[in-house]
Design a binder for this molecule. Structure first.
Ligand SMILES: C[S@@+](CC[C@H](N)C(=O)[O-])C[C@H]1O[C@@H](n2cnc3c(N)ncnc32)[C@H](O)[C@@H]1O
Length: 338
């Protein structure tokens, strides 16, 4: 597998930090291909994983701290209230693997509970955003001297392939922030079934899943009053301008987010405010937009409790325990392979 160890510059934590980067990052070529395919489709789309360059990852952290974005607060409350119960279900050999770890802020609570019980802990955060991955790993290591980190700067699939070939001890896999909701129903089952295949009987998956609720609450979470989500969404066009030499005028597109009730998901779009043509030099292509035409940039599916049970069942799991916040807006679920 194309995985390469990189050297971390001299630092106080370097002997407890390994960073592994996929040699073939899904960088230029696949970004260019995906942009070309997405903008040639009807309706136009762009894959949400490209939100997370350095600027996008920082904007996502700001979204998490905005008062309207309830998922982070609800999930933190659930973890805070139940981390000891979670940690007690695992022995001292357990390693924690996290998919899409981001800033690891909520995860820190779980890591702390594990170290409190068992001492030394091996943590394997996986994220496509290398800057965020390295920064948050270093921050954690400076605080906890019993923590050892192998950070995988790679997309989920590459990292999972790597883990398959480098089996660890007992694993608790974390997938927080309702990132599962960014996949379509078929993709959710395929993704979780893939994870399931590599799990041993004693491994567990702890997965944060957002629940369906009133339109107003959902729509204001994705339309925060300070316009951070709008900047996050528009940053995708900025990234295409920067990395693929295009001439998107960011003032000629507008962030839009709404609940699609029939499909049970919040959709994010970028709406063209006028008829316009955009040139992407790296693709030698032009793309025409009519006024009000949108680029569909993200889905965030919201679940009923029954849908969570069905998702677990269809992917080869049963649900051990589900925890909820006091408002019952969000859930954290411990999945057990069957
Ligand atoms: C919605 S954020 C959630 C972050 C964090 N888990 C939380 O709960 O706040 C999604 C995270 O997954 C990462 N990510 C998105 N798509 C990815 C992919 N295909 N492979 C690896 N990481 C990905 C992003 O960089 C980002 O840090």
């Amino acid at each position: 597998l194309d995985i390469l160890d990189i050297d971390i510059a001299q630092s106080r934590t370097s002997n407890r930090l390994k960073v592994r980067t996929a040699k073939k990052q899904p960088a230029f070529s696949s970004f260019a291909d995906d942009v070309s395919t997405g903008l040639s489709a009807t309706p136009k789309t762009l894959p949400p994983r490209y939100f997370y360059d350095k600027a996008g990852s920082e904007l996502f952290e700001e979204i998490c701290n905005s008062p309207e974005y309830y998922p982070t607060d609800c999930e933190r409350e659930i973890i805070d209230d139940n981390m000891h119960e979670i940690a007690q279900a695992f022995d001292s050999e357990t390693c924690i693997v996290e998919l899409g770890s981001g800033s690891s802020v909520k995860t820190e609570l779980i890591l702390k509970a594990f170290m409190h019980l068992n001492g030394r802990l091996e943590y394997v955060p996986i994220d496509i955003s290398k800057s965020m991955l390295v920064e948050s790993s270093r921050k954690l290591l400076r605080k906890y001297n019993k923590l050892h980190i192998t950070a995988l700067a790679a997309d989920y699939q590459t990292a999972l392939d790597h883990l398959r070939q480098n089996r660890t001890d007992r694993k608790l896999i974390l997938f927080l922030g309702s990132s599962i909701g960014n996949f379509t129903a078929d993709e959710q089952i395929a993704f979780l079934s893939g994870i399931r295949e590599d799990m041993d009987e004693s491994d567990r998956l702890l997965i944060g899943i957002d629940l369906i609720k009133d339109r107003d609450i959902l729509e204001s979470a994705y339309n925060d009053s300070r316009g951070i989500t709008a900047r996050f969404n528009l940053n995708l066009l900025h990234r295409i301008n920067r990395e693929l030499d295009s001439d998107f005028n960011l003032d000629a597109f507008q962030h839009q987010a709404h609940l699609n009730e029939k499909k049970g998901r919040v959709e994010m779009h970028l709406r063209s405010l006028e008829d316009q043509t955009v040139t992407i030099d790296a693709l030698y292509k032009e793309f025409r937009f009519t006024e009000n035409e949108t680029i569909h940039t993200e889905n965030s599916y919201k679940f009923t409790r029954q849908q969570i049970l069905d998702l677990a069942f269809d992917s080869g799991f049963t649900v051990d325990t589900s925890w909820y916040d006091r408002k019952q807006w969000f859930s954290v679920n411990l999945f057990h392979p069957v």
